[in-house]
Design a protein. Structure first.
Lengths: 282, 315
């Protein structure tokens, strides 16, 4: 791609324009985020006159009250349980299916695979009413599984496709040699395929986790008890209760997006790879 | 003996056809393959069928009833639910809003993402940090994003209000007016999603064959010419993919709208899914809501197939 020349001109108008453009966009992205974090440190009165700047009085109390409340931790716990269920089940179920599709030739294989990929074509919202009735009839309404199982089902299509593509690249000779040595397919899956596939498992796990952690519609429909709410539902309830006490709401928002931001900084590579490789739902 | 066992067992199994089997080591492989198939496939197929395929079929069935979800559906009304949906003004508003979202994505978001990608695909100090910063909104939950911006737009405490006040003007309540609510939502959509498209383009740019660009340089092409005639054409597959994501994303947009406007005021900022939620789910009108779902399903699938056929034939 374009290389800036070897001699660096101090006043390159193109470079100046570029820097200004990037700075504008950076401000556009950063200001709402910073105002949210800082807003949590202000009193309501100060927020009204000074929403942009640094707080004159750092009100640590706003954050402390939330951090020491059982409510905040309960929301995170619920979200974590649901996401962990979704990630674990997706990884197990999808990698098994992907293994069968990648390494076993059987009649109807491509037909079954296209059947699964139908899931890429439409969002969960289209069938959410019948899904609600199905979950209710299964007795899973108001349980973690009632949210996690449909999430797994809807993430299967993408997960199986990504995993299968990766599994197929594992040299066939490896499987052949293992089988000659008396290793079974299942042992091969457990001791060769899975360990070799850590990067793609991490990617699929990350996509599923982020989708499940951030999900709103499915938990909204499937859960009725406050005690089971994941954080996106909880924060909406919180906002309803403290409708215009923005300093508290902003502190609450900051603390609930904190885990996502930390995870993002820790696992950037997998998140970017995963979400750009497989973000049909986005 | 192994052959005999295979012959004996194959009619009963019926799934695994022999002609595909490689010739070496038959016995253990045969058993292994069968076990894999009966153990590894059913969980995925079962979950997928139960929670994805059946509900779509049932939506089509329920949409022919006037039903509140309790007991069995008995009140058959044929296609009336579809007629009711199509006669609702809010449905057409929602459809128009989805169209607007797509238009803004194509006209503003994608060019912005492409321009940023071209700038940030080069290596310079801070490039990676900027990429991460621009990608950050995409990983935030839509609910959190919506709440952050309902603060930004708030007429009393928000950032917009404060800017208005410095100029001595009466702060507007952007989200509370039918004229501006959808506009405000559109800005948030650009804020949240341009980074995702930018990352798609950066990934594509990094995978480009550098020799083509170098060849253009040697042949004396200017930077603009290289960009227009070499780089952008090489990006067409990614642009098509990006457009696809933008359209599918618009059709399922919901979480972002709820904290901002809940689709209001007066249905002016509903999307298809928030319309479905407000009119079908929150009132448990199963038949009516299913009809909306089926319409959305048909739109998504028709779009996906036509788009794939017309624009993504080679992928």
């Amino acid at each position: 791609m374009s290389r800036t020349g070897t001699t660096r001109a101090p006043f390159d108008p193109a470079a100046l324009f570029k820097a200004l453009f990037l700075a504008t966009i950076a401000v556009f992205v950063l200001v709402p985020l910073l105002a949210t974090v800082l807003g949590g440190f202000k009193s309501l009165g100060e927020l009204r006159v000074n929403p942009f700047g640094l707080p004159q009085h750092w009100e640590w109390q706003n954050y402390a009250d939330i951090l020491f409340s059982a409510r905040y931790w309960q929301l995170l716990r619920n979200s974590l349980i649901i996401s962990a269920l979704a990630v674990t089940l997706t990884l197990i179920v999808a990698s098994m299916a992907a293994f069968a599709f990648a390494h076993v030739r059987f009649y109807g294989s491509s037909m079954l695979l296209s059947y699964l990929t139908l899931g890429l074509l439409f969002p969960a919202a289209t069938a959410v009413l019948p899904l609600f009735i199905k979950v209710r009839d299964l007795g899973l309404l108001d349980t973690y599984f009632g949210v996690a199982l449909p999430q797994v089902a809807f993430s299967l299509a993408m997960s199986v496709l990504l995993l299968r593509r990766f599994f197929k690249d594992i040299p066939y000779e490896l499987l052949e040699a293992a089988l000659v040595d008396g290793c079974s397919y299942i042992k091969f899956f457990r001791y060769v395929t899975l360990p070799l596939s850590r990067p793609i498992l991490a990617t699929v796990g990350t996509i599923t986790f982020v989708n499940s952690w951030n999900a709103y519609l499915l938990p909204l429909v499937m859960l009725n008890t406050d005690a089971l709410y994941p954080w996106p539902l909880g924060i909406m309830v919180y906002q309803g209760e403290y409708s215009s006490e923005w300093h508290l709401i902003l502190a609450f928002i900051t603390l609930t997006i904190l885990p996502t931001v930390i995870l993002f900084l820790l696992a950037q590579k997998h998140i970017v790879a995963g979400l750009t490789a497989g973000a049909v739902k986005g | 003996m192994t052959v005999a066992r295979r012959i004996a067992s194959s009619p009963a199994i019926g799934v695994a056809e022999a002609p595909f089997a490689p010739i070496a080591v038959r016995g253990p492989r045969w058993d292994g393959r069968f076990t894999v198939l009966i153990l590894f496939l059913p969980p995925a197929l079962l979950l997928f069928t139960l929670f994805v395929v059946l509900p779509i079929g049932e939506a089509a069935w329920y949409s022919a009833f006037n039903w509140n979800g309790f007991g069995r559906p008995t009140n058959w009304i044929g296609l009336d639910n579809y007629r009711f949906v199509l006669e609702t003004r809010a449905f057409w508003l929602a459809l128009r809003n989805n169209g607007l979202i797509i238009a803004v994505s194509l006209a503003i978001q994608l060019p912005l993402a492409l321009a940023l990608a071209l700038m940030l695909a080069e290596r310079f100090r801070g490039a990676v940090a900027l990429r991460m910063l621009f990608f950050m909104p995409y990983i935030l939950a839509e609910i959190a994003t919506g709440l952050i911006f309902s603060f930004v737009y708030d007429g009393d405490y928000g950032l917009v209000a404060s800017i208005w006040r410095t100029f001595g003007a009466e702060p507007p309540h952007l989200l509370a007016s039918t004229d501006t609510a959808m506009l405000a939502v559109l800005i948030v959509i650009v804020w949240k999603y341009f980074g995702f498209h930018m990352m798609l383009f950066i990934a594509a740019l990094q995978g480009l064959d550098k020799s083509l660009v170098e060849a253009a340089c040697i042949d004396g092409a200017t930077r603009t010419q290289t960009l227009r005639h070499v780089v952008i054409p090489l990006l067409y597959p990614t642009i098509r993919l990006s457009v696809f994501f933008a359209i599918i994303g618009s059709l399922q947009l919901f979480d972002l709208v709820m904290p901002l406007t809940r689709g209001g005021p007066a249905d002016s900022s509903n999307t298809m899914v928030s319309f479905l939620y407000n009119n079908g789910i929150s009132r448990m009108r199963v038949g009516y809501g299913s009809a909306i779902g089926v319409i959305l399903f048909v739109i998504c699938v028709t779009f996906a197939f036509t788009y794939k056929r017309w624009f993504m034939r080679d992928e």
